[in-house]
Design a protein around this ligand. Structure first.
Ligand code: ADP
Ligand code: ZN
Length: 623
C-alpha cells in the first residue's frame, strides 16, 4: 500500500509541475484583454479587420494596432452585426479546450499506469514474501525423515565440534543452570558443496528443533529497507518458536565487508540488513534458545563486526574431504542406490581426488543413471568411471583437480616442510599435512604451537624460516626445478627475517636498533623501513639476505640427507592426501629407511616394522 501512495504522490507532484508550466506558457501567449465596452468602441470606429470566434471568446484583429481578445455576451447577435459591417469572420475551435482534452487523456492514462504498476509491484513483493515464507521453515515433525549426523560423512571434526550445539538445543536448562552463556552464532566456512547446509540441517534434525533457512542473497534482492525488516520478522518468529535454528547461507551477500565496492544503494541496503542482523543477535536474552548458523565460502571478505564475541564468534572450517572422507561419503550416498556387492568404494574414491561431498553425491547419482540407462540392475565400477569422466569433462573444474604431476610436486613440497619441522629441535610439532587444495593455498603443513609462546627466540625463528624454505628445497632436490608454489613461503620467510634484523635486534652487525616502523603484526606483517643512510640500508639488506640464504642452505642440506624419508612421505601423501600427527610419527619412525638407503635392507622385510600399516614399503609390497 505504501508503494501505491508513494507513486501517487509522485504522480501528483508531476502533475502540478506540468500544470504550472502549462499555465506559465499560456500566460506568455495570452493576448491583451479588453472589456466588452472597449471592443464595442473599436467596432463602432470601424477599426477592425477581422474577428476570430472561439466559442464566446473573441479575438479582434486591428488594422493598425495589436490584436486583443474579449468575451462577448451574445455571439449570434454579434455575428449578424459584423456581417452588416463587412468585417471578416473566422471561426476556430477552442484550442485550449483541445489541449485540455489532450492533457486530460494523458493524465488519465498515466494515472491508470501508476495504479497498475504499483499494484503489480505490490503483488510481486507479496509473492516474494510468500516464497520467502514457504521456503524458510522446516519443522522437526513434517513427516519427512529428518537429516541427522549419520547423513553427514567425512567431516568428523566438524561433527564433534557441533555436537555441543545439539546438546545445548536439547537441554538449554542444563546450560543456563550453571550460568553458561549459550553459543549464539557459528560460522561454517568452506568451499561450495562441502556440506555446510547439510550440516546445519543435521543439527536441527539431531536436536529436533525447527529450522529456519535463508540465503543472504534473499535479502539483497529486495527493495530498500525490506531486508532489514525481514530480518527482524525472522527473529521475532524464531523467538516464539525457540528452541530453534536460524540458518543463513551465503552470509557474505549481506555480511561482506562494508569497505567493498558495491553500488551505493546496494551497499546501503546490505549494511542495513547486516546491522539489523547484528542488533538482533546482540539482543538475544538468555531465555532465547536460538542458534544462528551461517555459511560462507568467502570468509576473507566478511565484515569484522560479524565475528565479535556474542555474534559469530565460533568458526568451523569444512574442507573438501580427503581420501578417507570421500570413502565415507561415497558409502553414505552409495547406500541410496543399488550397488553391485563386489564394488570397491576405495577404488572409486581414488578416482576422484578433490571432489566435494556434493560432487560425490552427484557422482553416485550419475553412475546410477548410467547403469539404469544400460538396463543394469546394479551399479558397477565402470558406471562410476564413466560418470566421473562425464562430470570432469562436463564442468569447468577451475583448476581444482590438479594433474598428477602437480600433485606430485605438491606432495614433495609439503613433505619437505614437514621433515624439516621434524628435524629441527626448536620447532612446533606437526599437526597435519595435506595436499588437498584449499582456497588459494595448494597444500598445507600445519604445526601446533605447543605452549602458546609469547616470545620467540632466535633459534625458533630461524627454524621457522628453514621450515618455510623446506617446501621449495624439496622441489629443487626431487625435480631440479623451482615452482611458483613457494611464493607464500618466501613472503613469510622474508617477513620473519626482516623483523629479526630490523625489529628484534637479532643481528650482530645491525645491533639492537629499530630499522622499521613497528606495526601490529607480531611475526608477520610487512614493515615500513625507517629513514636510514644508504650504507646502513645496504647492510640491512645484506643481513636479511644472509639469514635467508643460510636457512635455505640448511633446508637443502637436511633434505638431501633425508631424501629417502622425503620420498617416502611424499609418496604416502600422494596416496592418502592427508596425514595426521600420529601417522606422521609412524612414518618418521620407519626403521628401515636408512638401511634401504644404504642398500642393506630389502623392502620386503618391512613386515616387522611397527609402521607397517602406513609405511610405503609395505604398500609397495602389497601392490
Ligand atoms: P554447501 O552448503 O557446503 O554448499 P550442501 O550442504 O548444500 O553444501 O551439499 C550439497 C549436497 O552434497 C548435500 O545435500 C549432500 O547430498 C551432499 N554432501 C555434501 N557434503 C556431504 C557430506 N559431508 N556427507 C554426505 N553428503 C554430502
Ligand atoms: Zn610451502
Amino acid at each position: 500500500m505504501a508503494i501505491l501512495i508513494r507513486n501517487l504522490f509522485i504522480f501528483f507532484l508531476f502533475t502540478i509541475i506540468l500544470g504550472g508550466s502549462y499555465g506559465f506558457w499560456n500566460l506568455e501567449h495570452t493576448l491583451r484583454r479588453v472589456t466588452y465596452s472597449e471592443f464595442r468602441h473599436c467596432l463602432a470606429n470601424h477599426d477592425l479587420e477581422s474577428i476570430t470566434f472561439t466559442g464566446n471568446k473573441v479575438i479582434a484583429t486591428h488594422r493598425d494596432s495589436d490584436s486583443y481578445e474579449t468575451t462577448v455576451p451574445n455571439a449570434e447577435k454579434l455575428i449578424s452585426e459584423l456581417q452588416d459591417r463587412n468585417i471578416q469572420i473566422i471561426f476556430k475551435k477552442d484550442r485550449s479546450e483541445q489541449i485540455f482534452q489532450g492533457i486530460a487523456l494523458i493524465y488519465l492514462v498515466l494515472l491508470l499506469l501508476t495504479v497498475i504498476i504499483s499494484l503489480s509491484k505490490k503483488r510481486k513483493i507479496e509473492e516474494e514474501e510468500n516464497k520467502f515464507a514457504s521456503n524458510k521453515l522446516i519443522l522437526p515433525d513434517d513427516g519427512q525423515k529428518p537429516i541427522t549426523f549419520n547423513d553427514v560423512a567425512g567431516i568428523p571434526e566438524a561433527l564433534e565440534e557441533l555436537q555441543e550445539i545439539v546438546n545445548f538445543l536439547k537441554n538449554p536448562e542444563q546450560y543456563s543452570q550453571i550460568g553458561a552463556v549459550s553459543p549464539k552464532g557459528i560460522l561454517l566456512q568452506g568451499p561450495p558443496g562441502t556440506g555446510k547446509t547439510l550440516l546445519a540441517r543435521a543439527i536441527a534434525g539431531e536436536a529436533q528443533v525447527p529450522f529456519y533457512s535463508f540465503s543472504g542473497s534473499d535479502f539483497v534482492e529486495m527493495f530498500v529497507g525490506v531486508g532489514a525488516s525481514r530480518v527482524r520478522d525472522i527473529f521475532k518468529e524464531a523467538k516464539s518458536n525457540s528452541p530453534c535454528i536460524i540458518f543463513i547461507d551465503e552470509i557474505d551477500a549481506v555480511g561482506g565487508s562494508r569497505a567493498g565496492g558495491a553500488t551505493a544503494s546496494g551497499q546501503d541496503e546490505r549494511s542495513q540488513t547486516l546491522n539489523a542482523l547484528l542488533v538482533e543477535m546482540d539482543g538475544f536474552s538468555t531465555s532465547d534458545t536460538i542458534v544462528v548458523l551461517a555459511a560462507t565460502n568467502r570468509p576473507d571478505i566478511l565484515d569484522m563486526a560479524l565475528s565479535r564475541p556474542g555474534r559469530f564468534d565460533r568458526q568451523v572450517n569444512i574442507l573438501p574431504p580427503d581420501i578417507k572422507g570421500r570413502i565415507k561419503i561415497l558409502q553414505v550416498h552409495g547406500a541410496k542406490v543399488a550397488l553391485s556387492p563386489d564394488i570397491d568404494i576405495d577404488k572409486i574414491a581414488h578416482l576422484v581426488p578433490g571432489f566435494t561431498g556434493a560432487e560425490l553425491a552427484n557422482l553416485v547419482n550419475e553412475a546410477a543413471l548410467m547403469a539404469a540407462r544400460d538396463g543394469k540392475t546394479l551399479v558397477e565400477l565402470d558406471d562410476f568411471e564413466h560418470a566421473r569422466d562425464r562430470i570432469l569433462m562436463g564442468v569447468e573444474r577451475k583448476g581444482r583437480i590438479m594433474s598428477y604431476d602437480d600433485r606430485k610436486i605438491l606432495a614433495y613440497h609439503e613433505a619437505g616442510h614437514a621433515i624439516i619441522a621434524k628435524t629441527l629441535p626448536e620447532s612446533d610439532p606437526i599437526h597435519k599435512i595435506t595436499i588437498i587444495p584449499r582456497g588459494r593455498a595448494l597444500g598445507q603443513t600445519q604445526q601446533l604451537s605447543v605452549n602458546d609462546r609469547s616470545s620467540y627466540n632466535y633459534e625458533y625463528l630461524k627454524s621457522r624460516i628453514t621450515i618455510l624454505m623446506g617446501g621449495r628445497a624439496a622441489e629443487e632436490i626431487a625435480f631440479q626445478q623451482r615452482t611458483t608454489g613457494a611464493q607464500g613461503d618466501i613472503v613469510q620467510a622474508t617477513e620473519i627475517a626482516t623483523n629479526m634484523i630490523c625489529k628484534w635486534g637479532m643481528s650482530d652487525i645491525i645491533g639492537p636498533q629499530a630499522m622499521v616502523v613497528d606495526d601490529s603484526g607480531f611475526l608477520g606483517g610487512a614493515s615500513q623501513r625507517l629513514e636510514m643512510s644508504d650504507k646502513t640500508a645496504e647492510l640491512v639488506d645484506q643481513e636479511i639476505k644472509n639469514l635467508l640464504e643460510s636457512c635455505n642452505e640448511l633446508a637443502l642440506q637436511i633434505l638431501k640427507e633425508k631424501f629417502y624419508l622425503l620420498k617416502q612421505l611424499a609418496i604416502i601423501l600422494l596416496e592418502v592426501e592427508t596425514i595426521d600427527d600420529e601417522e606422521f610419527e609412524i612414518i618418521m619412525a620407519c626403521q628401515f629407511t636408512d638401511k634401504i638407503q644404504a642398500g642393506i635392507q630389502e623392502t620386503n622385510q618391512c613386515m616387522n616394522c611397527p609402521a607397517v600399516e602406513t609405511c610405503i614399503h609395505s604398500k609397495q609390497k602389497k601392490n
